[in-house]
Design a protein around this ligand. Structure first.
Ligand code: GTP
Ligand code: SPV
Ligand code: MN
Length: 598
């Protein structure tokens, strides 16, 4: 219960519309988590994993029609269509509200409506924000408990009139009386709507119970709504990990990195350096909110409290720290189940188990020709359990950022690492990011698309205005105090499709060069595309890379870049008059430099 009038009135309206059987205020306690998990075991939503292996951990298996974010069902509903821009689906707020009103009408019959007050960021931090999600999904409640700071303490902080983002969510599957048995994963696959009203800071999500569609604090609030708020208030809400890196005997630096979904944020955030005496610690793996401090530097917080990470490919070899984070108190979704009652996914062990139950609850053997886990199978894990969580990960002041990395999956063209000439050029590099699509969203895996700043599916307003916002913040800041901007690519391949760079822990070599650049200690060569490491500046001592491959990785390939320019021009043309002139100038300057004689 709360004395917050705005919240009470909104709740009353929603109850009248959705007609739940009961309302429950979530307190965020451990008892509540266990109680809801027991409830979900009764409905078949969860199975408890063998507590000998993973105490207090559960496996959920979703409806096969509800396994990832649905970008084509995601809408930005601002008053003017032109404000949503060419990269978002738009609908007029009134029209969308009317349509949703019909869908939400009676949609919670037979269910409990849960009230989840949550804070994105440490409660009380000047960078943090409050939201309240109303949902009929206990799975969402349990996941939100891990992913955000949830419950009574947030409500108390909100007081009687504090501002909050309103999020209404329903799986869209009412239970007709009397006592219709529930499905193990109720959803409404034919009628998914993930709708954002950035002007009124509201989210309405219907029909899906999965990940970013349903855990509204994450992509819907912390990126789509927050990006619009950040533009209005002069800060940044970004799809970025935050890590802390300490050179041997040196001073710690903080680095943020924006890679598209399933392109390596969780892995980089928890990396174990292969370089001796370098230390990497984790502050966040998916989202960063950044504000300028009184000293003129850019400070970042991780608004989340947990990791909703890609399971396939995660192993003790590739990401030991993630594996250890998963030891207890986790929810796994769409992974396979072993006969001993533990989870498994592709890549977890070198040899698959001889027998499994796959994510579709069918018997599975290694020769059956299907994957056992869904490619977008995920774990939900408390960040505090990460063995390398930085001691200052919850510092309400945030941490000062030394460098920002952009990157994606590019089999060709993009070198291993490239330093921008300055903030404006860095903004240019972010704006032309492209990456092969992954299983994190429904669509064609492998298809190359532009994904500026890894924000294509997450920017809550016109992408051209978003570029302008980045440029504007750079103009207002002291250039000497701005983070340096880099473009990295761990995914370069040879003709046979093999990765040229070993990646994972070896990426510490690239981080080392970046930190040494920030400290003015490492060499670079100017090329048409930016500053690349000189051959001796990148520490490749002991790494297994063919010298010829290294040449490719550290080379500015003028012909390949020139071939890419028409696509970049077309990409820019989409933004029309709202593409900042500076970026067009950057593109023409790049074109000129590429054509100059070497
Ligand atoms: P979201 O949670 O969807 O935002 O994804 P993410 O950016 O956190 O991606 P994640 O770290 O989970 O990595 C996704 C996939 O990329 C996994 O299958 C990893 O094994 C693979 N991957 C991560 N880092 C590297 C790398 O350095 N090299 C290669 N080749 N693959 C990598
Ligand atoms: C992503 O797709 O970038 C994710 C997973 O982090 S989800 O929460 O589903 O958006
Ligand atoms: Mn993500």
């Amino acid at each position: 219960m709360t004395l917050h009038r705005g919240l009470n009135e909104w709740l009353e309206e929603v109850v009248a519309l959705c007609k739940p059987d009961a309302v429950r205020w979530c307190d965020g306690s451990e008892g509540e988590f266990r109680e809801l998990c027991r409830l979900m075991m009764d409905t078949g939503t969860l199975v408890q994993l063998n507590p000998t292996y993973r105490p207090n951990s559960y496996l959920a298996r979703s409806d096969p029609a509800d396994t990832a974010r649905v970008e084509d069902r995601t809408f930005i509903c601002c008053e003017k269509e032109s404000d949503a821009g060419p990269t978002n689906h738009w609908e007029a707020p009134d029209k969308m509200r009317a349509r949703l009103k019909e869908l939400f009408s009676g949609c919670m019959r037979g269910r409990t409506l849960y009230v989840i007050p949550y804070s994105m960021g440490p409660v009380g931090s000047h960078i943090a924000k409050i939201g309240v999600q109303l949902t009929d999904s206990p799975y969402v409640v349990a996941n939100m408990q891990i992913m955000a700071r949830v419950g009574s303490r947030v409500l108390k902080y909100l007081g009687e009139d504090g501002p909050f983002v309103r999020g209404l969510h329903s799986v869209g599957h009412p239970l007709a009386e009397p006592r219709q048995p529930d499905l193990s994963w109720p959803c409404n696959a034919q009628n998914k709507y993930i709708c954002h009203f950035p002007e009124t800071r509201e989210i309405l999500s219907f029909g899906s119970g999965y990940g970013g569609n349903a855990l509204l604090g994450k992509k819907c609030h912390a990126l789509r709504i927050a990006s619009a708020q950040a533009r209005d208030e002069g800060w940044l809400a970004e799809h970025m990990l935050i890590l802390k890196i300490t050179p041997p005997g040196g001073k710690a630096h903080y680095v943020c990195a924006a890679f598209p979904s399933a392109c390596g944020k969780t892995n980089l955030a928890m990396l174990i350096p292969t370089l001796p005496h370098w230390k990497v610690e984790c502050l966040g793996d998916d989202i960063a909110w950044m504000k300028f401090g009184a000293d003129g530097r850019l400070y970042a917080i991780n608004p989340e409290a947990g990791f909703f990470g890609v399971a396939p490919g995660t192993s003790y070899e590739t990401n030991y720290n993630a594996m250890r984070t998963l030891d207890a108190n986790c929810i796994f979704t769409n992974c396979a189940l072993t006969p001993g009652g533990d989870v498994w996914w592709e890549g977890m062990t070198e040899q698959p188990p001889l027998k499994l139950v796959d994510w579709l609850r069918r018997p599975w053997t290694p020769d059956c020709g299907r994957t056992a886990a869904h490619p977008n199978a995920r774990f939900t894990a408390p960040a505090r359990q990460c063995p390398v969580i930085a001691d200052d990960w919850q510092d309400p002041r945030g941490v000062p950022v030394s460098a920002i990395l952009f990157g994606g999956r590019r089999a060709s063209v993009m070198p291993l690492v490239n330093e921008s000439f300055d903030w404006r050029h860095g903004t240019f590099l972010g704006s032309i990011m492209s990456s092969e699509r992954t299983a994190a969203a429904t669509g064609n895996v492998g298809e190359l698309r532009f994904d500026p700043f890894a924000m294509l599916p997450f920017c809550g307003y016109h992408m051209g205005d978003y570029f302008a916002h980045w440029l504007e913040l750079g103009r207002q800041a002291d250039p000497a105090k701005l983070p340096r901007i880099y473009y990295v690519n761990w995914f370069r391949k040879n003709e046979t499709g093999k990765f040229l760079w070993p990646g994972y822990g070896e990426n510490s070599r690239v981080l080392k060069w970046i930190i040494e650049r920030c400290e003015g200690r490492a060499q670079a060569v100017d090329t048409p595309i930016g500053r690349l490491p000189t051959r001796d500046a990148l520490d490749v001592d002991g790494v297994e890379v063919d010298p010829a491959d290294l040449e490719v990785l550290l080379n500015c390939n003028r012909e390949a870049w020139l071939k890419d320019l028409p696509a970049i021009r077309k990409h820019y043309d989409r933004f029309g008059a709202r593409l900042p002139g500076e970026l067009r100038e950057e593109l023409e300057a790049l074109d000129r430099r590429l054509r100059e004689r070497a």
